[in-house]
Ligand binder design. Structure first.
Ligand code: HEM
Length: 125
């Protein structure tokens, strides 16, 4: 039998918790905090919509903002491989703090490294 999409197994409440904890970490991260220039609540809102669809739930981000084109949307922000690793570290910590099984945490985290590496658009200095 096919597994239910991650979004439904995780649940909306845990997704909201994840996004809150993740950006609380990102906004104080020495490596990447400087990249985030807009309002924290606004980016959290966008990320909640995006992750809902990224994890197999309703296409809330596309309904509001059109095709995700995440790499293109990140182009104005110079992202190095070190930045991507810092982003993933915040994500790993935020996922680790969720009240869900270790198996679900592992499955969830595994969705991010390929996408994060795809966002890299700048050589290391
Ligand atoms: C690889 C490291 C990454 C860095 C350094 C990064 C950085 C950023 C920055 C600076 C913004 C703009 C924030 C603002 O408006 O102030 C942004 C927007 C966003 N990022 Fe990332 N990002 C990364 C990876 C990812 C990944 C892997 C995802 C999805 C899984 C993602 C999803 C988003 C979304 C949904 C937005 C909002 C896009 C919009 O404007 O509609 N990012 N990111």
């Amino acid at each position: 039998m096919e597994k239910e999409a991650l979004y439904y197994r995780l649940g909306k409440e845990n997704l909201d918790l994840l996004v809150d904890r993740f950006y609380d970490l990102v906004f104080v991260n020495d490596q990447i905090a400087h990249l985030f220039k807009n309002d924290k609540e606004e980016i959290k809102g966008k990320q909640r919509l995006f992750l809902t669809q990224f994890l197999g739930g309703p296409a809330l981000y596309s309904e509001k903002f059109g095709h995700p084109q995440m790499r293109a949307r990140h182009m104005p922000h110079p992202i190095t491989e070190t930045d991507a690793i810092a982003w993933l570290h915040c994500m790993s910590q935020a996922i680790g703090s969720l009240p869900v099984s270790e198996a679900l945490k592992d499955e969830l985290f595994a969705r991010f490294p390929p996408t994060a590496m795809f966002m890299v658009n700048k050589e290391e200095q």
